[in-house]
Design a protein around this ligand. Sequence first.
Ligand code: AMP
Ligand code: MG
Length: 426
Amino acid sequence: MTQLGKDIFAAGEKPMRIEEAAAWLAARAPATPDVETISIFEADGRILAHDLIAPLALPGFDNSAVDGYAIAYKDLAATCESVLPIGGRMAAGRSFDPVGGGDLSGKAVRIFTGAMIPPGMDTVFMQEDCRLTEDGRVILPPGLKPGDNRRMRGEDINVGALALAAGRRLAPEDIGLAAALGLDRLTVRRRLKAAIFSTGDELVCPARPRMEGALRAPDAYDANRFLLGALLRRQGLEVTDLGILPDDKAQIAAALHKAAKGHDLIVSSGGVSVGEEDHVKAAILEQGSLHFWRLAIKPGRPLAMGVIDGAPFVGLPGNPVAAFIGFVFVARALIAALSGARFNPPLAVPVISGFAYRKKAGRREFLRASLSRDASGELTAEKYAGQGAAVLTSLTRTRGFVDLAEDTVEIAPGDRVNFIDYDLIR
Ligand code: AMP
Ligand code: MG
């Protein structure tokens, strides 16, 4: 495991924009140097360790894009039909099957999709556009341009070109490209290991008894550990569940010390505010460092960024929606940096607002919203009624965030707003 310096997260206490926080992490958090070479079958979602340079051209030779007849354009009549004898047959994966003598000049070749275009020929007619004469010659209509229906050698990618850049999170289409280039193994970064825990005496594990409405703990099921555990796995991490740590400094300190040894990252939620019952802070400070990053966002309280015995620690807010937002915008940037991946800032698309809203200037707000098409076909965002940071259904019953910029103070129905689909950020 990489050992981090104690003060790597000392970014200062002044409010940060999300982009600043992400850029800050990308610049400073060290990527794991560990790599492994794996089968392309196992490579989906892994982080490519080195640039992949195309070892061959795709396609490897000029070939036909259709089933039909290949010809040399110069052999065609200028404005009327041409009638050419057939000099052979060319099917993909077969060798050329000549008809008559070897010379193909002034002749057409019956060709099939993917088959090599014979030397000297450059254009292919689709078979649907051609007719045959009774003596077996082919009648070709006018109207094609030279090179029509021909795929050129290297037009997809050329030898020596960059096929996939280091740091790319491999997607199925990347794996298809690697295979087309003849590679069956790829070198990727090691999968990172995260440990996760929740804090709070009010929390209880799902399915355990709880004391509903009682004036004593426990009275709430721990949602965040499972929410965040699933988010971490989607980022490709192996996750160790440390359970719920009691609001007790010594027990938290012991658990953190143990977790720091075998993990690349420790994630928690709750207990990082200034409330009296919050002991995570004291436990971490005993073994490392902790910095409270104030992000100019709503929902979201300060994020605690720390180092415990050399391992990075992210303390997310206790309210589930705030924890989700802290994860997708900041923890994900840290994970990308640690895993050697490029972090792509979330892509917001403009949609029409179906609602009116007022907000304070100076902070960015993420409203949970559903998306539908209005009568004119425009995509329209509808704000979910419950926007509290604790309202989990605001995430499950919506499709994404309406992302309102710092300087926005008022939205009216019909205004354009930015929308970020959850699928793009988790
Ligand atoms: P805290 O940040 O510890 O002050 O918690 C803020 C709010 O989030 C409180 O209502 C907590 O009960 C709630 N909360 C904290 N941790 C969790 C969790 N793991 N799952 C669900 N809710 C939580
Ligand atoms: Mg708490």
